[in-house]
Structures are given as C-alpha cells and as structure tokens.
Design a protein. Sequence first.
Length: 388
Amino acid sequence: MKKVIAAAAGLMLVGAMVGSASADVSFGGDARARAYYQQNYDFGSVSVDEETDVAFRDNEQDNFVNSRVRIQARATAPGGAYAVGRALYGAATWDGGNSGTADIGADKAYIGVPMGMTLLQAGRLPTDLLRSTAFFEQDITRDGLQFDVMATDMATIGLWYFIAYEASANGDLVDDNDVSDYGIYADLKFGGDWGTRMGILYRDDQVLNDGRDDDGAYGGIEFAGPGGPLAISGAVAFDDRGEGNTGWGAFASAGMQFGATGVALEAGFTDEGFVTDGDYGFIMIGGGFSITPYTIGSEGTSNWWIGVPVTFAVSEMLTIGGNLAYIDMDEFGEGFEISGTLKYLISDGANVQWDIGYLGYSQGDSDDFDLDEEDSPFGTAITFNVSF
C-alpha cells in the first residue's frame, strides 16, 4: 500500500512539474538612479510661519538623489490566458535608507483571458485614453476591467469599468456611496499608416458626505500619421468632471526629418482649468522629464503654447535634443523655455541621460501670487537607466 501511495505521489509531482513547465513565464523591468539640481522651482513663492510670523521661501533651491526598481512578471497558461504583475521597489528620494517614504508594492496586477476575437482583462490595469500623443490620461493604472473586441486587424473597440473609490463598510449605505467610471474607446488604423484613438469615460460619483459632486464625462480623440514628408499628430480632449465649466484642450504638431536631424513645430491650448497629462509637453513646460516644473494647466489657468523641439542623432550611441518654447499661463504668468537633453547608450539595456533647462518666467496679474519675476526655474539632472 505504501508503494502505491508513493507511486501516486510521484506521478502527481511529475504532473505538476510538467504542468508548470508548459506555462510560459517571463520577467522584465527597468531601474534608474537620478541626481537633481533645482533652483526656483517654487516660482519665488513665499510662506509665513504662523507662530513666528517669519517669511521664508518655499523651495529656493534643492539638490537630491532618488532611485527606483520595477520588476514585471508575465505568466501565460497553455491556453493563452495570462497574468501580469509589476512590483515597485524603493521609488523615493534617498533619505538615509530610502525606506521611510519608499513605495513598495504592486502598481500592476491583472489577468487577461482571450476568448476568440475578444479579450477580458481585470485587476490593477494600465490604461490610456490618448496613448500615442500622451496628451490626456496616459499610462495610468486603475482598478477594474477592460473588455476588448478585435473586430478586424485594423479596429479594436473596448469597454471599461473602473472603481475609483470604494466606500468602507460603515459608509457603504446609501446608493453604494462609491465612485465608478464607465467608458468606451476605439483604436482604428487606416491606409497610409494613419491611425486614431478615441475614448470617453463617465464618472458616477455617489459619495454623499464629502461636499462635492464629481460626476461628469471626460475623454478625447487623437490622430497621427504622415502627410508627405511631415509626421503629423494632434489631439482634442475635454474634462467635464465636477461642478465647474467644461475644460478643453487641443494641440497639433508637424515634424520633418532631415537625415539625422528632426525638427517639429507644435502648438496648443487649454481652457477652463483643463490639465494635460504630465507626460505631454517639452522639458520644462510639461513633458514628464526629470526636471519638469510645470504641468500645463496645473495652476487652474487657461494656457496656450508654441514650441520647436529638435533632435539630432550624433551616432548610434549618442542622441541630443533641444527645445525652444513659449507658454502663456493667463493670470499665472508666462514663460519661455530653453532646454536640452543628451542620451548616451552605455551598453545594451543601459544608458545615461543628462537633462538641463531654464524657464524664463514673468509673473501674471493675479493678486493670488506675489512672486519675484527674477525667480525663474532652472534645473538639471543626470539619470542612469537600466532596462531588461
């Protein structure tokens, strides 16, 4: 009997090993270490200590270092279903241990279940309203599900359901007291390498005790493709969440390649408090770069801007870029950006990048600000990146 039990246990172990071996598990990720120097990133703003009545600059200058490591795993079952998880380690400023303020946890954790021409994904999902231009709601993770229908090779239509806030048990009594987002999007490709992506979400705010109503729709449409020798892109987006007026934003860009040199002209606007995605823009004005001091629209003002980004591939190892840009931030003021970046490929999967920028800033007319026009932001940073 013992031999039978032992044989059965052995067969079960072999079966488990075979089952595990038939699954496809892969790992990847990225990491960086970055040193910053920033001056006048408070735009000259001053605070007053309530007890001593002493005025002091909020952040006249600063230098610091931070780092992060992200590891992503993807496991695919024999039938094609998969699970993805990405762990984030130590994403914080060095503080003597990089521990007290470090983010350690999962910023992606979801499953995917293909079913013929459809795909269901659920969990902590990466989502994009406008992906290629990064103009609005790009590269954000949300709790919920996404259901895609791949109608053709050129068209994908999807449905979204996200939970933005789930009330605790004691507050979950009236109309569920939650905040949920419902949406639809489409990715379409056309002839001549043109494509468009459009998406819209509606926020259902059922929270009754926080003194505000965040109901409303938000979304947009983007396009990209060639126009003769020009690479053309643009987007229009809106945000009607909350009780104020509907915010709007749009931009258009046209670029051309001259051998190793690329030059583009880009212009856009925002109105009624519309805020672009942090990854959209140049280096100092938006853009999500290491040294970006201002996200377009973040001060609640209407903005318009125009800029000329330039890139030059010195070699296969070295690329440099620069920006000249102007932005009118309404009552918050206006700024003129001059900035540059240099990226050098150290080895396969490793590079070093140097960013530097100056935002010549002039204060606006609003009484809400008391800034010195000479306090213009200057920043520089060096970053070592590793991807695998």
